[in-house]
Design a binder for this molecule. Structure first.
Ligand code: ADP
Length: 260
């Protein structure tokens, strides 16, 4: 998939400004940037929900609704968890495009759904209502839905937000397993430490694409300052340079860069 000069304006606010990059199959990439940087907009453009005002999205030569299958795991707060459906129902929704709207699932669809739930360790929760689950379990339901969809590209919007460490670890383990299946994964996160530790490639975004490359190249004080502006404090210390980002609605993040 290639994005070229993608620009999105919402009523005069520029959410994305001439963003260009390409993804290789099987890459796992973190998309980082402050609140309002355009991370969700970027994902919406990639799944074809938002049409760029300028620029275009190419998926093996076709548009966003072309033949690549994209799985989207939305932010948890974007979902109404009171909706009375079971875990299995949600995961089966991943098969809709394969089954067709007015057809019953075939045995092979049911098998794929059961396997997807097992793959993300929620097989025992299949008959539970989604509202009864913990945050980490809910996140895994949507991962299972993307697997059932046989997605080649997975977009995860802040999948770790609000989860405790064991739940975060479990999701990371699953992402590690997906690496072996050559599924391309983009993870929007505001956790710079996690991005630096776990991803080989970082897209640093604040409307413009400020950096694109390995963490050591992108998470540098000058580029971070450019993305986070006055919310970034650079503190030199004996061990190296500490970069602390504090944005109004997120906990402060601390990142150590440029070892002395
Ligand atoms: P992020 O996911 O990085 O927090 P978003 O993509 O949600 O960033 O938002 C980028 C900018 O676009 C913000 O200024 C936000 O207020 C604005 N925005 C996002 N969605 C809409 C929308 N549907 N209508 C108007 N403005 C929007």
């Amino acid at each position: 998939m290639t994005l070229k000069d993608v620009t999105v304006n919402y009523n005069g606010t520029t959410a994305l400004d001439a963003v260009s990059f390409s993804l290789e199959q099987g890459e796992q990439i973190a998309v980082v940037g402050p609140n309002g940087a355009g991370k969700s907009t970027l994902f919406n453009v990639m799944v074809g929900k938002v049409k760029p005002d300028r620029g275009d999205v190419r998926i093996y030569g076709s548009g966003p609704k072309g033949h690549i299958c994209i799985g989207y795991v939305p932010q948890r707060n974007a979902i109404d968890w009171r909706f009375p459906v079971t875990v299995r129902d949600i995961v089966m929704m991943g098969r809709t495009s394969k089954i067709g709207f007015f057809h019953w699932p075939r045995p092979q669809d049911r098998e794929i759904v059961e396997q997807a739930m097992i793959d993300v360790h929620i097989g025992d929760l299949a008959d539970r209502q989604i509202g009864e689950l913990s945050g980490g379990q809910q996140q895994r339901v949507f991962l299972a839905r993307a697997l059932a969809q046989e997605a080649e590209l997975l977009l995860l919007d802040e999948p770790f937000t609000g989860l405790d460490l064991p739940s975060q670890r479990l999701i990371l383990e699953i992402l590690g397993e997906l690496r072996t299946r050559k599924i391309t994964i983009l993870v929007a996160t505001h956790d710079l430490n996690q991005a630096a530790d776990l991803f080989d490639r970082i897209l640093l975004l604040n409307r413009r694409l400020i950096g694109d490359g390995p963490p050591a190249q992108v998470l540098t004080a000058p580029l971070l300052r450019s993305a986070y502006g006055s919310h970034l404090h650079v503190i030199p210390s004996q061990e190296g340079t500490l970069v602390v980002a504090d944005t109004c609605c997120e906990p402060a993040m601390i990142l150590e860069v440029e070892h002395a």
